[in-house]
Design a protein around this ligand. Structure first.
Ligand code: BJW
Length: 242
């Protein structure tokens, strides 16, 4: 279903609990490539081929080169008007949670405070032997693949296909989605689970679900409203109307 902001903005004005689920599309206008679609390839690899424990076991250097490349792009990028609009939305509603699949830290750099990271963070790494995390690796890396002081390989502290999401983040996300009055789903292809199930969880709890995306997705037919357009254009317009 698609209709104008004026027909549903009262739902947002009256909302006490708002959640937002973001994906790579919100950072696209900051110059950060998305995973799927145009510009979704690195060299000749697809994200699905690199974001796996098997790829890391086979060739940790190759996987780290991909993450080093992405860390470089993100370090040189700035949050955009979409990220900033969500900072303002957080300030204007009584209870707010930003659930992100992104690992780029741009929401935090924009100033969002209640951020729930489902897939980890590009700027943290984790010892493959001890499980300890750190955020002090140089950018760009001087050693690929980087190694822990204990001698074991470090890995990016992100969630790859087939791995469990951080339990606390997923539990919080599921609970707050269910309790929300309004959920925005912004810039995600909504194909990667369990994140892709959160809009349905919100709807099951009675939330009004609004999708913002430049293309249709598998959830477009199940949300209450789809606003076609870029996050950096649509989200500030929603805030202006509020
Ligand atoms: C714009 C825009 C603009 C562009 N403005 N919009 C149930 C059913 C089927 C499969 C499964 C299932 N449960 C679990 C699975 C398996 C698997 C999965 O989901 N597979 C599917 C792909 C089929 N899930 C997992 O393995 C997860 N683990 C798990 O469930 O553990 C338990 C378990 C294990 C094994 C079996 C069963 C259960 C883990 C998933 C981890 C995902 N990891 C990645 C990499 C993170 C680290 C890194 O960044 O390198 O996460 S993959 C990648 O996809 C990344 C993203 O967060 C994620 C989602 O991508 P996203 O953000 O949606 O980006 P895109 O590029 O896909 O879309 C961008 C969108 O933006 C597009 O729609 C554009 O149109 C739009 N756009 N410009 C607005 N300006």
């Amino acid at each position: 279903m698609e209709f104008g902001i004026e027909t549903w903005i009262d739902r947002l004005r009256d909302a006490r609990r708002v959640t937002v689920l973001t994906g790579a599309g919100i950072s696209a206008e900051s110059g950060v490539p998305t995973f799927r679609g145009e510009g979704g390839l690195w060299r000749t690899y697809r994200a699905e081929e690199l974001a796996t424990p098997e790829a890391f076991a086979r060739d940790p250097g190759l996987v780290w080169e991909w993450y080093d490349y992405r860390r470089g792009i993100v370090a040189g990028a700035e949050p955009n008007a979409g990220h900033r609009a969500l900072v303002e939305l957080e300030a204007r509603v009584p209870s707010f949670l930003l659930i992100t699949q992104n690992v780029d830290n741009l929401h935090q750099r924009a100033g969002s405070r209640a951020v729930c990271e489902l897939h980890g963070n590009l700027f943290r790494s984790r010892c493959t032997a001890e499980g300890t995390t750190r955020d002090d690796l140089p950018n760009p890396l001087v050693e690929i693949p980087p190694v822990c002081t204990c001698g074991a390989l470090l890995r990016p502290d992100v969630v790859w296909f087939g791995e469990s999401l951080p339990v606390e983040a997923l539990t919080t996300a599921g609970r707050e989605a269910y309790r929300s009055d309004v959920m925005f789903v912004v810039g995600t292809s909504a194909v990667v689970y369990p994140a892709a199930a959160l809009p349905e969880r919100a709807a099951a709890g009675g939330a009004f679900v609004v999708e913002v995306n430049v293309t249709r997705t598998p959830i477009s037919s199940v949300v209450d409203v789809t606003i076609p357009g870029s996050a950096a254009a649509v989200l500030p317009a929603v805030l202006d109307a509020l």
